[in-house]
Design a protein around this ligand. Sequence first.
Ligand SMILES: C[S@@+](CC[C@H](N)C(=O)[O-])C[C@H]1O[C@@H](n2cnc3c(N)ncnc32)[C@H](O)[C@@H]1O
Length: 311
Amino acid sequence: MLPIPYQDPIDQGPLIQEPAGFRNPRTGTVYPDRNGIPVFLPPGVVEGPNALYQKMYDRFAPFYGVLTRLYAWWKSGADANRRKAYLDLLEVHGGASFLEVSVGTGANWQYLKPDMDFYGLDLTAGMLDRCYRQARRLKLRFELCQGLAEHLPFPSAAFDCVFHMGGINFFSDPRAALAEMVRVAKPDGRLVIVDPLAPESDAKYEIYNRLERLRDPSHTLTLRLTEFLRLFDEAGLEILRQSLRRRQRSFNNWMLRGGHAPGTKRYLETRKLMEDSMDGDRGGFSAQSLGEDLHFVHNEGMFLLARKSCA
Ligand SMILES: C[S@@+](CC[C@H](N)C(=O)[O-])C[C@H]1O[C@@H](n2cnc3c(N)ncnc32)[C@H](O)[C@@H]1O
């Protein structure tokens, strides 16, 4: 067990560890243990887009690592470079406590200094199982749990660094998730958020998000840069560094990562909307035909953040 204890994700009370899992002595709720990974998902909490997301990612988890590596190969290591560039900003010291919210398969952990305490939370069991194997292979000191970004099962002011990459556009409540990340970071801790950015223009924003939802119905909303800036300000955060990247993507690969092979109904509908939007770049994807495939751009924002008083 690493030093940061779990607490109840709902009433934030202390938990007692028992053979069956973690029990809240006040409410009697037991959070079960699943192969060494505690499950902090009280009944009725996983609803709406989060429930859809959980199903989709559980179905998709077996392919995620392979497709991520295939994609990296196709881009000659670009995915690894992209992850390293963001993680280098953390400036974490040996022994630091590091939490990745929505850790997925743990694809980022191989690029971090191994002498830290790694904590990972994700909504989907399939992703966590892969992360567990990856962390064991890397011989890291780590703890994994299944839970929701909107209800973190950790005490306040616990982590030196809280990292999140790629899930805000799927969350049911991004504002609540960000408030939780701020709560569990130490007062002088750092947060890093990496997520796609939607176009500012209202017309492009509408088509952009319609297309993302068509590909994946659990997609809630990709936010615009201006919406992120407002969220950070409302959460009491100051931006220490910020970088915006244009991430070139293959449409076919992106659809496969969502579970849709060329020729399937969902593939054809999404491709049609992408192609219809190309004239005048009406969806903000900068899409172009390339043989059988299309190439398009996901703009991505990276923000290194600290509490305003500690920036
Ligand atoms: C695009 S993947 C990113 C995974 C990882 N951070 C990476 O960089 O490879 C998004 C992850 O968010 C998780 N997720 C989605 N909604 C969530 C929520 N409400 N709370 C916690 N995790 C969530 C999914 O299960 C998935 O593993």
